[in-house]
Ligand binder design. Structure first.
Ligand SMILES: Nc1nc2c(ncn2[C@@H]2O[C@H](COP(=O)(O)OP(=O)(O)OP(=O)(O)O)[C@@H](O)[C@H]2O)c(=O)[nH]1
Length: 432
């Protein structure tokens, strides 16, 4: 049993709010029973269960490399994953056959690090941009990406969805020729075709052929071109709960885009006796794993260490969903986009709070109205019984007055010695 889990288990299982009003309301709404756990329950172990399950299942990551032939795509992929994914190539004389289209190659390899398995698939687009007329040369690439979305969609629609294989492209590393000028029209064209379907990660290939100053100004021009043509490149998301270190690390990675990369699979010895992966030149050695020499480390960090899950999530939640809903709309069905609305917990809580307040206000109004109605009814009843009492009082008073008068009459008769007549009888005689 792990120590962190125990420490967490001892903590009270309560939800806390900074605002006491909200806390009280939340407690009312959810009817939370606040109590300290007396022993180890075990839910603190959930992340460990998740970790074990993920490790057992393994991960998969599909990356596509796009760029002209000979820009070092295969070399960089091998350098990235520290494996010989691509066998050495036999070079053929350049073909000038304009009817030839680009062919797509997909190579998968299971690689393992510290017991974590990763099925890596690299989709290469050799020969891209090699022709005299490159019009529509991006077509096979776009089709390949769409076919992968379609295949995934088909699996989702099957009765048994237990073993869905995700062959969708999670990232496209887009190789830019180190011309030092700006993006070529073909680069712009291809990027525009791809950016709504994949996470685009632009890299300056063979950066060792440019000086630091040239790389700096080349990067600025590429970014200006990308902004001008409104091309969406992948940006790591920022989360409110990210700690300062993560924010700084992500900012550092993003500041290097487009990554100026150098690929090399062979080890060379440095003047101070170190063995490094790099390229030897008459003037010195370029080390691929040295951040002062190129941005390879930052690219690898983004792809593998920090943003692999974000790339997969963005592919699934945004790119694939957009593709899927567009396809369904094309087939005459409508997608309710509100289901993909991102929910900000703070905004949601505020919305719920104002809804609750409005409900309370309505209830208070209704209660006031009922109360006023009851008071009015009571008042009218009281008025009525007051009037009745007055009437009775008046009647009794009149009756007493009459009795008093009769007694006065009797008294006078007795004093005068006259007989006392019954009222009814006298009346009887007098009638005669
Ligand atoms: N100067 C320099 N050369 C490189 C670099 N990366 C690869 N190369 C060399 O460039 C040549 C082509 O490399 P590949 O990795 O085969 O290029 P590719 O883009 O995969 O080529 P295709 O598959 O034909 O499209 C090889 O001779 C590599 O040694 C680099 O960063 N700098």
């Amino acid at each position: 049993m792990n120590r962190v889990a125990n420490a967490q288990a001892a903590a009270p299982a309560t939800i806390t709010h900074k605002d006491p009003k909200m806390a009280a309301q939340a407690a009312n709404d959810m009817n939370i029973v606040r109590r300290k756990l007396t022993g180890y329950v075990g839910f603190a172990n959930l992340p460990n269960q998740w970790h074990r399950k993920s490790v057992r299942k393994g991960f998969n990551f599909n990356v596509m490399v796009v760029g002209e032939s000979g820009l070092g795509k295969s070399t960089l992929v091998n350098t990235l994953f520290n494996t010989s994914l691509y066998p050495p190539k036999e070079r053929k004389p350049p073909s000038l056959d304009i009817s030839k289209t680009v062919s797509i190659q997909s190579i998968s390899a299971d690689i393992e690090e510290n017991g974590v398995r990763l099925r890596l698939t690299v989709v290469d687009t050799p020969g891209f941009g090699d022709f005299i007329n490159n019009d529509e040369s991006w077509d096979p690439i776009v089709k390949n990406i769409e076919q992968r979305f379609d295949a995934y969609h088909e699996q989702e629609n099957k009765v048994n969805r237990m073993n869905i294989v995700d062959n969708r492209i999670h990232a496209v590393v887009f190789f830019i020729q180190p011309t030092g000028h700006s993006l070529k029209p073909l680069d712009v064209e291809v990027m525009k075709k791809l950016h709504t379907k994949v996470n685009l990660i632009p890299v300056i290939a063979k950066a060792d052929t440019l000086t630091d100053e040239e790389i700096g100004s080349f990067k600025a021009r590429i970014l200006a071109d990308i902004a001008h043509h409104r091309i969406q490149i992948f940006e790591g998301p920022r989360y409110e709960l990210d700690d300062e270190e993560t924010v700084a690390e992500n900012a550092e990675i993003m500041s290097k885009v487009p990554f100026a990369v150098v690929g090399a699979n062979t080890e060379v010895s440095t003047a101070d006796g170190r063995k490094v992966r790099g390229r030897r030149y008459p003037w010195g050695i370029i080390e691929v794993d040295n951040e002062e020499h190129c941005d390879f480390v930052k690219l690898r960090q983004m792809l593998i260490r920090t943003h692999m899950e974000e790339l997969k999530e963005h592919t699934n939640n945004m790119l694939y969903e957009n593709y899927r809903s567009e396809k369904l709309i094309g087939m005459g069905r409508k997608q309710d986009m509100s289901v993909f609305k991102e929910v900000n917990p703070a905004v949601k809580q505020e919305e719920e709070r104002s809804l609750h307040e409005a409900k309370l206000q309505k209830m208070e109004m209704e209660m006031k109205m009922v109360f006023q109605q009851k008071v009015a009814e009571k008042e009218s009843k009281l008025r009525q019984s007051e009037e009745e009492l007055y009437a009775r009082h008046r009647e009794m008073k009149e009756q007493l007055e009459r009795q008093k008068q009769e007694l006065e009459e009797k008294k006078t008769r007795i004093e005068q010695g006259r007989p006392i007549e019954e009222k009814g009888k006298r009346n009887k005689f007098s009638l005669r």
